[in-house]
Design a protein around this ligand. Structure first.
Ligand code: PEP
Ligand code: MG
Length: 745
């Protein structure tokens, strides 16, 4: 065969110049046939549990985009599963050989298949076949491996799926919130100004003018509200002026109108007009003017966001949609009214991101870290499999029908679980666990009550801050907190003080950090910004007048001094209110245990705190040094990791010795396998999303505490998360309620 390096370079270069993915793949399989003098070469790519034929020379072309081979079955399936190449002189003799009738490949004997590996995952298989018995030599094998490596980086499956309109194509991601969601796609308002804007001049100018004018007004109001209120305090008056000037600049407005007159949409017109200004400013050799280019970009982003919000309102009107984006934020979800979202999909983030947590709290199926997300088109129907962490693009009507039925069955399951609503979470041997709910949005308060929550175990008070356009005032906060306390009248409510930072930046108080999860978060931020904390504490205290169920919880505590400083401030706020004649009682005060440094200081908590709630999301992230928000390391984030269970056990035992009430409010509390261990540790309470609560109650009622303790001791002796997982999975199966937790396999 010998192929020279120049020949190889020419093959790869020609492939790179091809217009479509289909042409590119076809060119490569054709070139392989020419160089190796073989009649057949084919390319398969993985899609969920299958391999799809995307190019072939020599096999039936009608199979392209249609023929699917099961993973793990046949020669191609085995290569994909094992990640190992096969080079066989006589393929039919191989035990894994499996005849595929539609490929009409009976007469082929010689076979070589190599896996296409991208970032450690097999994403496809490249195959060569011959009529006669032939074992390929090393040089031939390395030629095919070279082409496969090229395909691994160059072949854009998302583009292929989109342009070919492939049906039932599966995109994999991380299971983040359970359930099945079906609906048309809406791409989230991108914070990147230039993403996903339709450049075609096919719009009606009068409608677009109206859209632009509305968006401009809203952007002006944003600037006045946000920068106006913060201006004096933070010296932002200059910025407010700069933004205001741009929003009223006749040159800019005229430029937008002229693009609209050409038939462009308002977003595109704003983008073009602002780009012209940005280019002009950047061309001037003056650092001040260069910096103004950023202001123009931010202002333009605001207007575009408002233009798009108007488009969205029009779409959402009829049926629930699936929200899709590269980086969907918790606030993007919160911006939609209840019932408007059938699912949420994000290419970044993991099941522990706050986006996922909010989706879960609202019972919206969600998949994070989705690969090849750009295969998803606006407006197309999408199936979201929240349990399995998969998304199905271009579903056929038969598949849609199947999923509608599955969804109805799920709803039925929930309805049956609802019958447990008034029963206690009590084990077979009589151990009682308090089950609480995590909330943050007013819209997710009632589901908790409906599902039988005994109170709110974690009220994420930052969520109202995240969805606001500027810091909520004391009376605005008081009204929200009062509504929460009233709603749970007589039941305990654990309100957490503001926990912004990490993956929850406030849009109107932004700062950038290299390591935000190790940075200015939770109590670190609020103690440095006492006016904000003081306002919040006063609002909580006022809201609790006549509603004595308030407990205040402090996030991200790592130092004992932080607790003391917090309690001093809280008492000052209380005294101030008492001096005005208000009857404010002293709420119970506790901490979230989520910073590992606090574990060895727990003795000092005695007499300082009334309760401890384990924030297992952050605790796990910090113990394992695994970013909870990074899809690349999501598989390392594990609530049943030996180190996590050992530390959680240490915390629970210590709290028990100190006589401090101990619960868990991170996602570990609703992880069925972890719940077995927590039960064995004699945990007092578990707090979770409303939609998980009935399932966990059902599990607790199917377990015995004595048995859970035994399993805990066995788990503590295991050296790997996989071994612990296996042990607990068997226990879950034995409980007979494993059917409720489909994602565990
Ligand atoms: C946690 O860290 O476990 C927790 C409950 O807080 P959050 O997820 O809001 O950081
Ligand atoms: Mg936390």
């Amino acid at each position: 065969m010998p192929v020279s390096i120049n020949q190889l370079r020419a093959i790869i270069q020609t492939a790179a110049d091809k217009r479509t993915q289909r042409e590119k793949a076809q060119h490569l399989v054709d070139a392989i046939c020419d160089v190796l003098c073989v009649p057949v070469s084919s390319l398969y790519v993985t899609t969920g549990e299958e391999l799809l034929l995307v190019a072939t020379k020599g096999l039936s072309e009608s199979g392209i985009g249609c023929t699917r081979l099961p993973m793990g079955v046949g020669l191609v399936g085995s290569i994909a599963e094992s990640g190992n190449a096969l080079n066989l002189a006589n393929a039919p003799e191989h035990p894994a050989f499996h005849r595929v009738d539609e490929l009409a490949e009976d007469s082929f004997v010689g076979f070589m298949g190599v896996p296409i590996v991208h970032l450690g995952h097999t994403v496809g298989v490249l195959v060569v076949q011959t009529n006669e018995s032939r074992a390929f030599n090393d040089e031939e094998e390395s030629f095919v491996i070279t082409i496969a490596s090229q395909l691994a980086v160059d072949f854009d499956i998302a583009d292929f799926v989109q342009t070919e309109g492939l049906s039932n194509y599966v995109l994999n991601g991380k299971a983040a919130s359970p359930g099945i969601g079906i609906g048309p796609v809406v791409w989230v308002n991108s914070s990147e100004l230039y993403e996903d804007i339709d450049p075609e001049p096919s719009f009606i100018p009068s409608e677009q003018r109206h859209c632009f004018e509305g968006a401009l007004d809203l952007a002006k109001r944003d600037v006045e509200d946000t920068l106006g209120s913060l201006g004096a305090e933070h010296n932002l008056d200059g910025l407010a002026d700069a933004y205001g000037a741009m929003l009223s600049d006749p040159g800019f407005i005229e430029a937008v109108y002229s693009f609209i007159e050409l038939g462009h949409c308002a977003s595109f017109a704003v983008q073009q007009a602002s780009e012209n200004i940005i280019d002009a400013l950047q061309a001037i050799d003056d650092p001040y003017l260069k910096a103004r280019a950023d202001d123009v970009f931010h202002v333009a982003s605001k207007i575009v966001a408002h233009c798009r919000a108007q488009d969205l309102e029009a779409i959402v009107h009829d049926h629930p949609i699936v929200l899709v984006g590269h980086n969907v934020a918790a606030t993007d979800i919160a911006a939609y009214p209840s019932g408007a979202l059938a699912g949420v999909i994000s290419s970044s983030g993991s099941g522990l991101s706050h986006t996922a947590i909010v989706a879960k709290a609202l019972g919206i199926p969600c998949v994070m870290g989705v690969e090849n997300i750009s295969a998803i088109d606006v407006g197309q129907d999408l199936i979201v499999e929240g349990n399995l962490g998969r998304v199905i693009v271009h579903p056929t009507s038969a598949l849609l029908q199947e999923y509608h039925e599955l969804r109805a069955r799920e709803a039925q399951e929930y309805a049956e679980l609802a019958e447990l609503r008034d029963l206690m979470a009590i084990t077979l041997d009589g151990q009682r666990i308090q089950l609480l709910v995590n909330t943050g949005l007013l819209s997710e308060i009632t589901p908790g009550l409906k599902m039988g929550a005994e109170g709110i175990g974690l009220y994420r008070s930052e969520i109202p801050f995240l969805v606001a356009e500027s810091f909520p005032t004391e009376s605005e906060q008081e009204a929200i907190y009062r509504q929460v306390l009233e709603c749970y009248n007589g039941k305990p409510v654990y309100m957490r003080t503001l926990d912004i930072g990490g993956d929850k930046p406030l849009p109107y108080f932004s700062f950038s950090e290299q390591n935000p999860f190790l940075g200015w978060r939770g109590i670190r931020f609020t103690l440095d910004n006492r006016p904000i904390l003081r306002t919040q504490l006063r609002a909580m205290l006022r809201a609790s007048i006549g509603l004595p169920t308030l407990n205040i919880m402090v996030p991200m505590v790592g130092e004992i001094d932080q607790i003391d400083a917090f309690k001093t401030l809280l008492e000052q706020c209380r005294q101030e209110l008492i001096e005005t004649g208000l009857d404010v009682r002293q709420p119970k005060v506790g901490i979230m245990l989520e910073v590992p440094s606090l574990i060895s200081q727990m003795d000092f908590l005695s007499g300082r705190v009334d309760f401890i709630s384990i924030g297992s999301n952050d605790l796990t992230q910090y113990l394992l040094a695994v970013d909870r928000n990074n899809e690349r390391v999501a598989s390392l984030f594990n609530h049943v990791h030996p180190a996590v269970i050992a530390e959680v056990y240490r915390i629970v035992r210590k709290a028990k010795t100190l006589g401090i009430k101990i619960g868990v409010c991170g996602e570990m509390a609703s992880h069925p396998l972890a719940v077995i261990l927590l039960l064995g540790m004699d945990i007092d309470s578990l707090s979770m999303s409303a939609f998980q609560l009935p399932k966990i109650k059902c599990l607790i009622r199917a377990l015995s505490q004595e048995r859970a303790e035994l399993i805990l001791q066995r788990a503590l002796r295991k050296s790997s998360a996989a071994a612990i997982h296996e042990l607990l999975l068997q226990e879950l199966r034995d409980s007979g309620v494993d059917y409720l937790f489909k994602s565990l396999g």
